[in-house]
Design a protein around this ligand. Structure first.
Ligand SMILES: [Zn+2]
Length: 162
């Protein structure tokens, strides 16, 4: 996907995921479409949730409205589209790099995931060891699972792949 330069898109794209914080909804692949109606200036923003159980989506909707209002678009409709379903493949390269930098293991390709298999090896984002174990299916948020590195003994979050 090429970088969008439309100012309305850029405004919506600046909204940060409230749970991952370092990632914008554009980098996360949540932001799908921004359409401005000629004449009325009404903006329709289309998003696809990362995970239906994420309460973060309500926060994201509110943030999109607030950000666009500040950018001069008081009339904003946020449309949620569930198909095609969001996939971790939609996370941009920048997003993956940011995830790795913050200690959240970037998800592998969605096709190989399914329910996180116990045999799946996730590299420790701190020391790089592959000797890791899943501690809990749920990490700091419902979207992440908690893992621990046997080498450095540090726990880390892994963004669940779907
Ligand atoms: Zn480690």
């Amino acid at each position: 996907m090429s970088v969008r330069t439309d100012p309305t898109w850029r405004a919506a794209a600046s909204v940060v995921d409230p749970e991952l914080r370092v990632l914008t909804i554009e980098e996360l692949g949540v932001l799908r479409e921004v359409a401005t109606e000629p004449g009325s200036g009404r903006v329709t923003v289309t998003i696809t949730p990362t995970y239906t159980g994420c309460p973060a989506m309500d926060v994201i909707r509110a943030d999109i409205r607030a950000t666009l209002a500040a950018a001069g678009h008081p009339e904003v409709e946020v449309v949620t589209v569930y198909a095609p379903a969001w996939s971790t493949d939609w996370i941009s390269e920048t997003g993956r790099a940011k995830l790795a930098a913050t200690g959240i293991a970037p998800p592998g390709p969605a096709g190989s995931a399914g329910p996180v298999p116990l045999t799946l090896t996730i590299r420790c984002p701190r020391c790089g060891a592959v000797d890791t174990e899943q501690v809990s299916r749920f990490g700091s948020t419902a979207c992440k699972s908690l893992w621990r590195c046997r080498a450095c003994r540090e726990p880390f979050d892994h963004l669940r792949a779907f």
